[in-house]
Design a binder for this molecule. Structure first.
Ligand code: SF4
Length: 175
């Protein structure tokens, strides 16, 4: 069961805003696209499996097509030569879209402070939530996912038209 959004309740009726209703539906039916390149991806497999069961959050339907995905989950070391691929996947996602950066490597390059490793995916795409750890435990990944759910609940249905959001994308050279 999910909590109902704020609204006015009476006998036989409940009234709320459209934004809240859409947010509730979005937050509980997010389709993740797992972009897993190394060890953090193994933690994600555990997060998917029965013990942690990401299906409890309505997110068991993974999407390997960027066009059908809501949340890009980047898990693992991203080499600089992979960076254009991550960006391409992000660009192919439809709005509204969110990005979860899982683990030290995706967040900051982790222990790989070298010429070949991207020092954080936020150098190429905007990130909504960072999950620390090397590797983060499945509980942490779930916690990060729940933070994305909170964002989805509160996001305006017209986010793509918001000047702040447009400015954020523009700072990454994305129109
Ligand atoms: S953060 Fe640690 S566990 Fe995750 S991909 Fe990097 S080295 Fe592997």
């Amino acid at each position: 069961m999910v909590e109902s959004p704020p609204g006015i309740e009476g006998q036989g009726f409940f009234a709320t805003s459209l934004d809240s209703l859409v947010g509730l539906a979005r937050a509980n039916s997010l389709w993740p696209l797992p972009f897993a390149t190394s060890c953090c991806g193994i933690e994600f497999m555990s997060t998917m499996a029965s013990h942690y069961d990401i299906g409890r959050f309505g997110a068991e339907r993974l999407s390997f097509s960027a066009r059908q995905a809501d949340v890009l989950m980047v898990m693992g070391t991203i080499a600089k030569k992979m960076a254009p691929v991550v960006k391409q996947v992000y660009l192919q996602m439809a709005e509204p879209r969110w990005v979860l950066s899982v683990g030290a490597c995706a967040c900051s390059g982790g222990i790989f402070d070298t010429y070949s490793v991207l020092q954080g995916i936020d150098r190429i795409i905007p990130v909504d939530v960072y999950v620390p750890g090397c590797p983060p435990r499945p509980e942490q990944i779930l916690d990060g996912f729940m933070q994305i759910q909170e964002l989805a609940k509160k996001e305006s249905t017209r986010r793509r038209n918001m000047p702040e959001y447009k400015a954020l994308l523009a700072s990454y050279g994305i129109e």
